[in-house]
Design a protein around this ligand. Structure first.
Ligand SMILES: [Zn+2]
Length: 490
């Protein structure tokens, strides 16, 4: 038995400035054939889980294609088209396969194809034919569409946010593939789409209200004939009709049971919809609390959520901490110009500044404390399953009360190594700003007894009333608070 492995993953923030070209994938991940195995085997990524489980089941893994880039704006159509054709060519090259494991994100938007995952997965199905099993994995933040469900025998999403179970999710998908190929099970999948946008702030799976929702999903998963249950929290920063919550249930050959359970789970969720709105703590309140709560305090900058496609240069929290005199504080900013300028003046030199977001930069002068190549490694299971980080030439600069890390490449705060690898001790700070909502938690919680999610402005603001949607579903709760829905599945 031979199972092809493909991966095409992007979380597209349609509110982020600019579009995502092919070059972005070429810079991050765009590989075919054995290079896919080299990139992912042994990692915490779901594709690493595919390889691991297929080997345990004695099935030959045929690495075909993998493309990924950091969350960013809508994928340019030329890039989206090219990615699919490269995947298609790699599939041809790989020869006959008995099944395909496909790692999708589920929230990819391409120019002209807003439901991009619902575009390329059907093309894979068309390519391999109806008889060959196609099992997909999804990010918990997928904006699921009926097109994705219709062409996949099984769909399995991560169950944790931050995403620490990518490899186990990949293993589970591969195990389901193995059982399917051995003729032990015949997976069929149904989905339900409650008209609900879940606030990013309410998406921590270890905390309520998500914990209760996941417990109900787990309960359904333990019932007879159930092979998989997935909860999709959705990605609210995509102005597309598919934006919102969804669930999938995969049963062994019983489509009606799958539909019934999917409707049950979605109905439980819908009944508790008001719990899935955020708290929206203001910048001023967060800085005040950061001065008194047990430190170091991690302030999560929700409006500049790098993992959600933001610029990573937001200065709102740093400005407020300086204004209130709360420190010493740390913030990492994507500012290639300032990083280069710091490199030019050298360690001990003075960087006149300003640095960060050109709309509201942080004024200098700064002292250049250290300079680095920006490369670090993370070996623990952290959000994203990334092992090697490269944020490009990096400078650590200081002014009284504030230490700023300046990077040349936009890098998410998924690993505390980003701080410690460059000679900084988190314990030295009163406040560390991390640009994310849930993704940084696994990295920062061990060093920070207090974490506060802050409602900052930006292209990933938790305050969804700041965004002008033109293409989302209507009605959709909580935008239209009077929305009604009768649980049903497709
Ligand atoms: Zn995600």
């Amino acid at each position: 038995m031979r199972v092809g492995v493909v991966s095409l993953m992007h979380e597209s923030n349609t509110f982020a400035g600019g579009t995502t070209p092919l070059a972005a994938f070429e810079r991050d991940t765009l590989v075919t054939g054995e290079a896919v195995r080299e990139r992912y085997a042994g990692t915490h990524h779901e594709v690493g889980g595919f390889f691991e489980q297929l080997a345990e089941d004695g099935i030959e893994a045929v690495p075909l294609f993998a493309a990924w880039t950091m969350p960013s704006g809508t994928i340019e159509w030329e890039a989206a088209d090219e990615l699919f054709w490269r995947m298609y060519a790699a599939r041809q090259e790989g020869g006959r396969v008995d099944g395909i494991l496909a790692a999708a994100h589920g929230a990819a938007v391409a120019g002209g194809e807003p439901d991009y995952d619902g575009y390329w997965l059907p093309l894979v199905r068309q390519d391999i034919g109806r008889a060959v099993p196609l099992i997909g994995t999804l990010d918990l933040h997928a904006n699921l569409s009926p097109r994705m469900v219709a062409v996949c025998d099984g769909l399995l999403a991560y169950r944790t946010n931050p995403h620490l179970d990518q490899r186990p999710t990949g293993r589970e998908a591969a195990a389901l593939m193995a059982r399917t190929l051995r003729g032990e099970v015949r997976p069929v999948t149904a989905a339900a789409f409650p008209p609900l946008a879940v606030n990013i702030e309410a998406q921590a799976t270890a905390e309520e209200p998500c914990r209760g929702l996941m417990a109900v999903a787990d309960d359904i998963r333990r019932r007879p004939k159930v092979l998989a249950v997935s909860v999709l929290l959705g990605f609210p920063y995509a102005d597309v009709p598919e934006m919102g919550a969804a669930v999938t249930v995969t049963t062994d050959g019983d489509p009606d049971l799958a539909k019934r359970y999917a409707a049950e789970l979605a109905g439980w969720w819908w009944d508790r919809r008001e719990q899935f709105r955020g708290n929206l703590i203001s910048v001023e309140d967060a800085a005040r609390r950061a001065a008194v709560e047990p430190g170091p305090v991690c302030l999560l900058d929700m409006g500049d959520n790098v993992g959600g496609g933001s610029p990573a240069d937001g200065t709102v929290l740093a400005h407020e901490l300086l204004r209130q005199g709360v420190g010493p504080a740390f913030v990492c900013l994507h500012d290639p110009g300032a990083a280069r300028a710091a490199g030019a003046v050298g360690v001990g030199g003075v960087l006149p500044g300003p640095v960060g977001d050109r709309g509201a930069p942080l004024p200098g002068p700064f002292t250049v404390r250290s300079l680095h190549d920006g490369v670090f490694e993370e070996t623990e299971a952290r959000h994203g399953g990334i092992r090697r980080f490269d944020q490009g030439p990096t400078a650590v600069v200081e002014r009284p009360g504030l230490t700023v890390m300046l990077t040349t490449r936009r890098t998410g705060p998924f690993s505390l190594r980003q701080v410690t690898a460059f000679g900084l001790d988190p314990a030295r700070f009163r406040v560390l700003v991390a640009k994310g909502v849930h993704a940084p938690v696994a990295a920062y919680a061990p060093a920070c007894p207090t974490l506060i999610r802050v409602s900052t402005p930006g292209v990933t603001s938790a305050d969804l009333s700041r965004f002008a949607y033109h293409h989302r579903r209507r009605p959709l709760y909580p935008f239209e608070p009077e929305t009604t829905w009768t649980p049903e599945a497709v």
